[in-house]
Design a protein around this ligand. Structure first.
Ligand code: NAD
Length: 482
């Protein structure tokens, strides 16, 4: 296969290849180079921001109808591009083919949702007064810097692009260096639907990101990524008082109540744990079970997980693929080593290797299940972002809630029970942006339902049409006093 070579693009034109070329390897077979990214030099990042600022002067005055039409076309295009780009996405980010397809489906769905947003959310509101009136206009902010991670790059990008474009803003977007190829090819086509300069793409890592979050012409930063990077983004944006949306890491708890039928809920629960090899911000990352059932449930869980097959994302036999990159692989290996050397837990390595001769050349890790009574263990307290799951015993439901909340992350969570009212009562006590009852995976999300974290999992919400649009608009109050 020939190498996929990408550069950034500004004002509808691809940039010439820069002197900073980054090779891209398949994380499932690192002997296979699949492409190159030409990183954008800082002068060009500056140009991209200025271009987006210039394009904003016209784009902000386009009609709501026109913007919605273009979003609708983008939704159709993303759907069509799925078949051409899904295999490329798998070979650069390591997921399964169905996971890549889901990324495109969801991305298209998000664009389509914003294409159907009620016009009222964007129209001025009038308040009549005896002495005159107040008219509150909703204005776009200007240039938005959008920065996305590698795990679900298509939908995470569209969750920003849809609302920011509908609101009348323009954008400079930076994909992650670990999943830039398919996304850039897709964005170049989406950008053609819009006037030149409305969508611009740059490449690089922290240096490029830093300019995007500090440049005075940028009015808002929409960021998805790790919590520590989010803190750097927030600090950088603070220098020029930019608005921010931060979708950060999660350490989601699933609380299994005593009346739940653990055996029958296992397939659903495990989907929430191991999809994308655990590399999903709202994957189940801690499972709390009644202490007297800990041993039994641990065995049941291990029995199911031992059936898992791990291999390349294009191998239809595999349940999940490799980790995305060496750094993430090393972090997860360290978590496993530390858990194995602790006397506070039992660790089991399970599952089967597909094409084991390929494992030397890929970031593969077999699924691991951990049993413990210690909520303070590193493997419980830290976001693993890999195929390892701790099962923690609790004495009382109050203790389960306390354990779930004893964490700096608060993205999603779940409660599992046959008694829905009881589950609902507990759900309300959990510190998180979302709590699902009897599910905890992609199936739990619904377009239009606010998505985002509390505490160190982030600031702001995406996917909620009204709240999210609002975050890309500025009210401008005009008052007449006769
Ligand atoms: P990351 O924070 O390493 O990188 C995210 C993006 O930020 C990349 O594009 C990267 O190049 C860029 N970046 C790095 N340094 C920067 C800087 N100083 N300034 C600006 N940008 C910079 O995260 P990752 O490893 O790509 O993704 C994994 C993390 O993302 C996990 O913690 C996961 O939970 C989180 N995540 C959160 C959500 C959510 O919606 N809450 C969704 C997906 C992933």
């Amino acid at each position: 296969m020939s190498l996929v070579q990408i550069t950034g693009f500004i004002n509808g034109e691809f940039l010439p290849v820069s002197d900073q070329i980054q090779p891209v390897y398949d994380p499932g077979n690192t002997t296979n180079q699949i492409g190159t990214i030409s990183n954008t030099n800082l002068n060009d990042v500056e140009n991209a921001i200025k271009t987006a600022h210039q394009a904003f002067q016209k784009w902000k005055d386009t009609s709501i109808q026109e913007r919605k039409e273009l979003l609708k076309k983008s939704a159709e295009l993303i759907f069509q591009q799925k078949d051409c780009l899904k295999e490329l996405l798998v070979t650069e980010h390591g997921g399964m083919l169905w996971e890549a397809e889901t990324d495109f489906y969801l991305g298209s769905g998000v664009m389509s949702m914003y294409a159907q947003a009620p016009d009222d959310l964007l129209k001025p509101k009038e308040i009549a007064e005896e002495t005159g009136w107040i008219r509150i206009h909703k204005r776009p902010k200007g240039v938005i810097s959008a920065i996305v991670p590698w795990n679900m790059p298509i939908v995470l990008t569209m969750m920003k692009l849809g609302p920011l474009l509908l609101a009348g803003n323009t954008v400079v977007l930076k994909p992650s260096p670990f999943a830039a190829l398919a996304l850039t090819q897709l964005l170049a086509k989406v950008a053609e639907i819009f006037p030149q300069g409305v969508i611009n793409v740059v490449h690089g890592d922290a240096d490029v990101g830093n300019l995007m979050t500090s440049h005075p012409l940028v009015r808002k930063v929409a960021f998805t990524g790790g919590t520590s990077t989010g803190a750097a983004v927030m600090a950088s944006a603070a220098q020029s008082i930019k608005d921010i949306t931060l979708e950060l890491g999660g350490n989601d708890a699933a609380i299994i109540l005593a009346d739940a039928d653990f055996k029958s809920l296992l397939p659903k629960l495990l989907k929430g744990v191991f999809t994308r090899s655990g590399q999903i911000c709202f994957a189940v990352k801690r499972i709390y079970v009644p202490k007297d059932k800990l041993d039994l449930y641990f065995e049941l869980l291990c029995e199911e997980v031992s059936k898992y097959k791990v291999g390349h994302g294009l191998d239809a036999e595999a349940n999940f693929g490799p980790l995305n990159n060496k750094k993430q692989w090393s972090i997860v290996q360290k978590f496993i080593e530390n858990a194995k050397s602790s006397d506070q837990c039992e660790v089991r390595e399970l599952g089967q290797k597909l094409n084991s001769e390929q494992w030397e050349n890929g970031y593969y890790i077999l699924p691991h299940v951990v049993k413990t009574l210690n909520n303070a263990l590193e493997i419980v307290q830290q976001e693993q972002f890999g195929p390892i799951i701790p099962l923690i015993g609790y004495e009382t439901v109050d203790q389960a809630i306390e354990y779930a909340n004893d964490n700096e992350q608060g993205l999603c969570s779940s409660v599992w029970s046959t008694n829905i009212e009881h589950a609902y009562e507990i759900a309300q006590k959990i510190e998180a942006g979302s709590t699902f009852i009897n599910s905890h995976s992609f199936d739990s999300l619904q377009l239009g339902m606010p998505f985002g974290g509390i505490k160190q999992s982030g600031i702001g919400r995406e996917l909620d049409i009204s709240e999210t649009l609002k975050s890309y608009l500025e009210p401008h109050s005009i008052r007449l006093i006769k």
